[in-house]
Design a protein around this ligand. Structure first.
Ligand code: SF4
Length: 248
């Protein structure tokens, strides 16, 4: 009897966890459900834990390793950049943040309104979805590195234009060269097409590994797309499972 109550309680916590992530249904086969329940990360899920993780993510980075110093040097080199026309409307340059020797580097397209105001990547609604996804993977935001192809907000959140991308992308390429992640996750079309130098649509690229300078690259949907198309969240979840497998 007690076991049954415990099982129901664990199942309830698991469902609450997926709901928190924004899933509208479980992206699992029936046989997988028992694995979900027995997986420590999910059965021990506690919203209070997530809140405290997010608070840790707010703490300032400790610049102590060479990579951190080199990233700081690059940030200083970018300075108050006016190399492209995106500088005109921005409030803040969004350099990127996270662990300087992270195994996983997430690369998006460019800052949105909230990111422009705060000067930090992925902090709006799409950022919350990304943060929850990272937590669901058993990581914290400060365990990964998050950056964008362009570092200043395009007006009205339009796509960055070719001249803006070609001017700014060398900075994220240098961030990749410093961090040397084991896997890059490209969030959305612009990041994937820029790094992989292709025009293939993200719907065809996602879910498959490509290579950027010998680093495996997994293209997947941008969190903002997933907010508009929640039914596709499970596809990104599948892509991230492949990323975790690659790191084993
Ligand atoms: S988008 Fe990049 S290149 Fe353009 S102004 Fe901002 S930091 Fe400079």
């Amino acid at each position: 009897m007690n076991n049954k109550i415990e099982l129901i309680d664990k199942l309830k916590k698991s469902l609450e966890f997926y709901q928190e992530l924004g899933f509208e249904y479980l992206p699992l086969k029936r046989a997988d459900i028992s694995n979900v329940i027995s997986a420590g990360a999910v059965s021990d899920y506690n919203p209070a834990t997530i809140s405290s993780n997010q608070q840790v993510a707010e703490q300032p980075v400790d610049y102590s390793s060479n990579k951190e110093i080199t990233l700081e040097d690059l940030k200083n080199e970018i300075g108050d950049c006016h190399r492209c026309k995106l500088s005109k409307g921005r409030k803040n340059i969004v350099f990127g943040e996270g662990k300087a020797d992270a195994d996983i580097m997430f690369i998006g397209e460019g800052p949105g309104r909230d990111e422009d105001i705060q000067g930090r990547p992925f902090v709006g609604d799409a950022g919350k979805l990304l943060t929850n996804l990272i937590l669901k993977l058993g990581l914290r935001r400060q365990d990964v590195y998050i950056a964008n192809i362009v570092k200043c907000r395009p007006p009205s959140n339009r796509n960055p234009e070719e001249d803006e991308i070609s001017t700014c992308a060398p900075f994220v390429e240098r961030q990749i060269a410093i961090i040397k992640p084991k896997v890059i996750v490209c969030l959305g079309k612009i990041a994937a097409q820029t790094l992989l130098k292709t025009n293939v649509p993200i719907s065809k690229l996602r879910g498959n590994f490509f290579s950027y300078k010998n680093i495996p690259v997994m293209p997947t949907f941008h969190p903002a797309y997933l907010l508009r198309n929640p039914k596709d969240k499970w596809l990104t979840w599948e892509d991230m499972q492949k990323v975790l497998d690659k790191l084993k």
